[in-house]
Write a new protein. Structure first.
Lengths: 422, 294
C-alpha cells in the first residue's frame, strides 16, 4: 500500500512536471489585457540588440530601460515590458511567439513584410500620429508599405560608402580615392605592387554577400530587379559587373576566395592595415577604431563610369501587432520615441543613421557621417517587400561568391531561376 | 487491491515512458508533420502541402552532391577516427612512465566545446594572421600571407581535409576511451595461451584482440556514425558550407533551408533521420552486433 502510494505520487509528480514544463511557455496574459486596476496597460515589446550583448554598457537592455523609465514617468498608466533578443535568434524566437499565438504588442527588428500577409499588424496610421509620420524620410516610409498601405515604421537606417586606408594609399603613391572601375583597378594594382595583400576587401561570403553584390550592381546601373520591378539578377549589366569583379579576383587584387569571406573578417583585416579599400558603413567605424586604424578616408563608392549617386540603404523597422488591441497606448509610445531624445540617442550610441528629417539635420555636423547622410535620401534598397526575397536572399548569401570564381552568367542565372520559381 | 498491485510497475516506468514520449517521440512526429505543411517564414502554418516540400528539396541543384558528400564525410571521419583510436588505445594500454598524464591529456579535445575547437582552428588557418600559415610561410610552403595559397578554407579541395581533420580530432578521445575500456575486459590468459602456441604479434592482434574488442568497437563506431552524420558546429563555424554548397553536408543544408522555407527544411530533417536509420541498420547488419562473440 505504501509502495503504491509512492509510485502513484511519482507518476503524478512526473506528469505535473511535464505538464508544467509545457505550460511554462504559455503567456502570462494578466498584464496584457485591460486590467481592472485603474486602466493600467502593459505593452509587451520585443527588440533586437544593437549593442555588444547583455551586461555590456551599450546593451539593448540598458538602452531600452532608459527609454522606458522616461516614458513611464510621463505615462503612469502604461507599463512597457521590453525583451531584448540578439540578432541571431530574434527571427526564430519571434516566429515561435507567432506560432504559439503570443505575439508582442511592439516588435523592433530587421523586417516587417513577413507579417503583413497574415494580417498581424496595425496599419501605420493607426499607431503613428500625422506629425511624426510627416517627419519620416518619404523614401523610407514608402518602403514600409505593402500594396500602398503602410505597416512598417522605419526605425534606424544605415548606408554604405568606400573606406580607404590613407597610409597605404600614400605608400602606393595614390592621391585620390578611385571614382571609376578603371581607376579602382589601377589603384588596386599599385597597392598590390606596394605589398598590400588585399588591395580591395571583397566579402561575398555568407554574412552579407547580398549587400556587397548590390553595391557593385548599382555601379553599373543594375540591381536585383529592373525598373519595371521584374527580377533581373542575371541582367547583362550584372553579368558584366561580376565579370569585372572576377577579373580583379583572378589578378589577386581582392580578398582571396571572396565567396567564403564574411564582412566582419574583412573589416577587421582593414582595421589591421591589411586591406587598401573596402565598402563599409557607419557600423564599421567602431571596428576600425578598435583595431587601432586612425588614418582612413571615406568616399562615395566607385561605379563603372563614375561615383555612385545612390548607395545601399538598410533599414530596420518597428511595428505594432493588432492582437491585443493596444493601438492608443502604442501610439503614445511611438510618438514619445520619435519626438523625444530616444531616436537621437540610438543613433549616437550605435552609430546608426536616423530615419527622420529632423534626425538627419541634428547629425549633419558630424564629418565622418556626412558621406552616409548625403547618400540616405537617394538610397537604394533590397527588394525585401517581394515575398520571394526571403528565398532569394539566403541563396545569394550562399552561392553568389561563385560568380567571381566560375562563370558569372551561370551563377546569376541560377539565382534568377530561384527568384522566378513559383 | 491485487489488481491495483499489478499496475504498480506501470507507475514506476510511467515517468520514463512519459518523458521519452514527450522528449523523443513527440518531436519526431512533429518533424514529420511539419515536412508536409506549408509554413510561412514568420511561423504561420498555411496548410497541408502534400509532397511539395519533398519535391522542392529533391529538385535543389545541390541536393545530390550534398547527400553524397555527407556519406563520404561520415565514412572518412569514422574510419580515420576508429583506426587512430585503435592504435592510441593499444598505446595507452601499455605501461609506460607518464601514462596517467598522457591519458588525461587525451581528454582535452573531448572536454573542450566542439564549436570552440572549430573556431580555434579557423583562426589558426586565417590567411592573414593564422599560426598554421605562419608556419607554412617559414617552411617555404607558401610565398606570402594573405593570398589565395594561404587561404585553405576558401577552397573545397583544401577545406574538406581540414574539416575532416578537426572532426577526427574531436572524436578520437571518446573512441579511444571506449576501446581502452574494451581492452581492459580481455582476460590475460588468452594472451598467455597464444604466447605458448607461438603466435606472432600480428596474429595475436588479429585473432584475439580484435574479435574480443568487437562489442566495444561496434558501440564506439556506431555512436560516432550518428554523431558525425549530425555534426553541425565544425562545418558551420569553419566554412558555412561555402564556397557555394561545396563543403556542406545534409545537416548544413537543413540549417540553410530553415532560413528560407521551414517546410522544406523539415523535409530535409526527415531525409536525414531516415539516412541515420538506414546507415545504423546497415552498420549493425554488417558488424553482426547481436551474434555471440568468441
Amino acid at each position: 500500500m505504501r509502495m503504491r502510494l509512492v509510485g502513484g505520487a511519482a507518476l503524478g509528480l512526473a506528469t505535473a512536471l511535464v505538464l508544467s514544463s509545457c505550460g511554462s511557455s504559455a503567456p502570462s496574459t494578466e498584464g496584457g489585457d485591460q486590467a481592472a486596476d485603474g486602466g493600467q496597460v502593459t505593452l509587451k515589446m520585443v527588440a533586437a540588440d544593437y549593442g555588444d550583448g547583455p551586461g555590456k554598457p551599450n546593451s539593448g537592455e540598458t538602452f531600452w530601460k532608459g527609454v522606458v523609465d522616461e516614458f513611464q514617468a510621463a505615462n503612469p498608466n502604461i507599463k512597457v515590458d521590453v525583451q531584448v533578443i540578439n540578432w541571431n535568434d530574434i527571427d526564430t524566437q519571434v516566429a515561435t511567439m507567432v506560432q504559439n499565438g503570443q505575439v508582442p504588442d511592439i516588435l523592433q527588428t530587421g523586417d516587417y513584410s513577413g507579417f503583413v500577409a497574415d494580417q498581424l499588424l496595425y496599419k501605420v496610421d493607426e499607431v503613428l500620429s500625422p506629425a511624426t509620420s510627416a517627419d519620416m524620410l518619404e523614401k523610407f516610409a514608402e518602403f514600409g508599405k505593402v500594396d500602398g498601405t503602410g505597416y512598417g515604421i522605419p526605425f534606424v537606417s544605415s548606408a554604405r560608402a568606400l573606406f580607404y586606408n590613407k597610409e597605404l594609399f600614400a605608400k602606393a603613391k595614390i592621391t585620390d580615392p578611385p571614382k571609376t572601375w578603371d581607376e579602382l583597378k589601377a589603384a588596386a594594382e599599385k597597392l598590390k605592387a606596394a605589398g598590400v595583400s588585399q588591395p580591395f576587401g571583397l566579402p561575398l561570403g555568407q554574412e552579407e554577400a547580398q549587400a556587397e553584390s548590390f553595391l557593385w550592381m548599382l555601379g553599373n546601373g543594375g540591381g536585383y530587379k529592373d525598373d519595371a520591378g521584374k527580377w533581373a539578377i542575371n541582367s547583362p549589366q550584372n553579368v558584366e559587373t561580376f565579370g569585372y569583379l572576377k577579373g580583379l579576383v583572378d589578378a589577386g587584387l581582392t580578398t582571396p576566395n571572396p565567396g567564403t569571406k564574411d564582412r566582419k573578417t574583412v573589416w577587421e583585416d582593414f582595421g589591421a592595415g591589411k586591406v587598401g579599400m573596402v565598402n563599409g558603413g557607419p557600423m564599421s567605424i567602431p571596428i576600425f577604431d578598435a583595431a587601432g586604424l586612425k588614418d582612413y578616408g571615406v568616399a562615395p563608392i566607385a561605379g563603372k563610369a563614375g561615383p555612385l549617386d545612390t548607395t545601399l540603404g538598410v533599414m530596420d523597422w518597428i511595428m505594432a501587432f493588432n492582437k491585443n488591441g493596444h493601438a492608443a497606448e502604442i501610439k503614445k509610445f511611438f510618438d514619445f520615441f520619435y519626438t523625444g531624445t530616444a531616436a537621437q540617442k540610438i543613433s549616437d550610441t550605435y552609430k546608426l543613421l536616423p530615419v527622420t528629417k529632423g534626425g538627419i539635420d541634428k547629425l549633419s555636423g558630424d564629418e565622418k557621417l556626412k558621406p552616409f547622410l548625403d547618400g540616405l535620401p537617394n538610397a537604394s534598397f533590397y527588394p525585401f517587400q517581394d515575398p520571394k526575397w526571403a528565398e532569394v536572399n539566403p541563396q545569394i548569401k550562399q552561392i553568389i561568391g561563385g560568380a567571381v570564381k566560375d562563370d558569372p552568367a551561370k551563377v546569376l542565372g541560377e539565382l534568377q531561376k530561384t527568384a522566378e520559381a513559383s | 487491491m491485487r489488481r491495483l498491485r499489478a499496475l504498480e510497475p506501470l507507475a514506476w516506468v510511467g515517468p520514463a515512458v512519459v518523458l521519452i514520449a514527450v522528449v523523443v517521440l513527440w518531436p519526431v512526429v512533429e518533424m514529420i508533420r511539419s515536412s508536409f505543411l506549408q509554413i510561412s517564414r514568420v511561423g504561420i502554418v498555411r496548410g497541408f502541402n502534400g509532397l511539395d516540400n519533398y519535391d522542392k528539396l529533391f529538385a535543389e541543384k545541390d541536393f545530390a552532391d550534398v547527400m553524397v558528400r555527407s556519406v563520404i564525410w561520415v565514412v572518412a571521419v569514422v574510419a580515420l577516427t576508429v583506426l587512430i583510436s585503435l592504435a592510441l588505445a593499444q598505446l595507452f594500454n601499455q605501461r609506460f612512465p607518464g601514462r596517467k598524464v598522457a591519458r588525461w591529456a587525451l581528454i582535452a579535445p573531448w572536454a573542450a566545446s566542439v564549436l570552440m575547437t572549430a573556431i580555434v582552428f579557423k583562426w589558426m588557418l586565417d590567411p592573414e594572421v593564422g599560426v598554421i600559415n605562419q608556419i607554412r610561410l617559414k617552411l617555404g610552403l607558401i610565398d606570402a600571407m594573405g593570398g589565395a595559397s594561404a587561404d585553405q578554407l576558401g577552397d573545397a579541395s583544401t577545406a574538406m581535409p581540414w574539416l575532416v581533420f578537426v572532426a577526427v580530432f574531436v572524436s578520437v578521445p571518446f573512441t579511444t576511451y571506449a576501446l581502452l575500456a574494451g581492452l581492459a575486459t580481455i582476460p590475460t590468459d588468452v594472451y598467455e595461451a597464444a604466447k605458448m602456441d607461438g603466435a606472432s604479434w600480428i596474429r595475436t592482434y588479429w585473432s584475439i584482440t580484435l574479435p574480443l574488442l568487437r562489442p566495444a568497437l561496434t558501440v564506439a563506431a556506431l555512436i560516432n556514425v550518428m554523431n558525425v552524420f549530425n555534426s553541425f558546429p565544425i562545418i558551420w563555424a569553419m566554412t558555412h558550407g561555402q564556397p557555394g554548397y561545396s563543403t556542406a553536408t545534409s545537416t548544413i543544408l537543413m540549417f540553410i533551408l530553415k532560413g528560407s522555407d521551414i517546410g522544406e527544411s523539415a523535409a530535409m530533417s526527415v531525409v536525414n533521420f531516415g539516412m541515420v536509420l538506414v546507415i545504423t541498420a546497415l552498420f549493425l547488419k554488417i558488424s553482426r552486433w547481436n551474434r555471440a562473440v568468441a
